[in-house]
Design a protein around this ligand. Structure first.
Ligand code: G4P
Length: 288
């Protein structure tokens, strides 16, 4: 489901997360490994008010592993622990409680030094819609409890979910954040991956953006799949990108009367294949 975010929604979402911060020891900031910046909330540092944070790059199974490694180094440089996860199969998920423990080590050591029994670490997951919050909660909990889908502003009874033999407790309702709408490229990157619905942006514009990006970074994969002969020489020339779109359309038989290529159909088809993983693993932005 795509949420229409208005300033009122943002204020409410922010307030709800900040209310929850009082209850928890650490935050898991969930982002999409294919677009780690575009899938982040622009005000995240301000919203989290210095709460210890683990950055999880989800959907790493779909991202370019080399670029994901670069992002991990980028976040380390920013003073944040980040690591890739595939919440849909569970790869990397079992490390999360240990990483949270490391993050809270000082606090836990202090409790032990005072002779206290450290209580369960309380954690909240936050992220933009579709990033995989519910999938991760279910995966960590080892059962099917979190509802998938998003309803900002809807308050449900909150529950703590025990994880890692009770060492960690997770709030069952994640914090839903908004992406950075002001930057049109962010919108396109999110739309390419399917994080926001196509109705918001024009499908041909989204495909144009993706094809231009692939022509630059993943030409081999794209040309192999669609049997493309001519690589654009000037990526800033829209005609050259449209020529690639047409070649893709012709290859897939998206032809209208008069032999012209149906660009809308070609665009939808290209995006469908991309999202279905037919063009292999890719990242839509890199840190360097
Ligand atoms: P949200 O709560 O943050 O809104 O996201 P949610 O868990 O609903 O996940 C959004 C979509 O992303 C789901 O697919 C989910 O299966 C998929 N997903 C989550 N984590 C991963 C991952 O690590 N790798 C991959 N490949 N996909 C992931 P969907 O098509 O909306 O639903 P469905 O096909 O699972 O029914």
């Amino acid at each position: 489901m795509t949420i229409q975010w208005f300033p009122g929604h943002m204020t409410k979402a922010r307030r709800q997360i900040q209310e929850k911060l009082k209850l928890i020891d650490a935050v898991i900031e969930l982002i999409d490994a294919r677009l780690p910046l575009s899938s982040r909330n622009p005000m995240i540092d301000e919203i989290l008010q210095g709460k210890p944070r683990l950055v999880i790059m989800n959907k790493a199974d779909l991202a370019d592993p080399e670029v994901t490694r670069q992002w991990q180094a980028y976040f380390k440089n920013e003073g944040l622990t980040a690591f890739p996860v595939d919440a849909s199969t569970g790869t990397g998920v079992k490390d999360i409680p240990n990483q949270i423990k490391l993050l809270l080590k000082e606090k836990i050591d202090k409790q032990i030094a005072k002779g206290m029994n450290p209580r369960a670490m309380r954690v909240l997951i936050v992220g933009i819609p579709n990033v995989g919050k519910s999938t991760l909660i279910n995966r960590l909990a080892g059962r099917n409890i979190a509802e998938t889908g998003d309803r900002p502003g809807v308050t449900k009874g909150q529950q703590w979910i025990k994880v890692a033999g009770g060492e960690m407790e997770l709030l069952d309702t994640p914090g839903i954040l908004w992406p950075k709408f002001e930057d049109q490229n962010v919108g396109y990157r999110l739309a390419v991956t399917g994080a926001i619905k196509e109705e918001i942006l024009n499908v041909e514009d989204i495909a144009f953006f993706a094809i231009k990006y692939f022509a630059n970074y993943y030409w081999e994969t794209m040309s192999e799949r669609f049997d493309l002969k001519e690589r654009p020489t000037d990526l800033d020339n829209p005609d050259e990108i449209v020529a690639v779109m047409e070649a893709i359309g012709r290859k897939r038989g998206c032809i209208v009367s008069g032999g012209r290529v149906d660009l809308e159909k070609a665009s939808s088809l290209f995006l469908r294949e991309l999202r279905a993983g037919k063009l292999g693993r890719y990242s839509m932005e890199s840190p360097y």
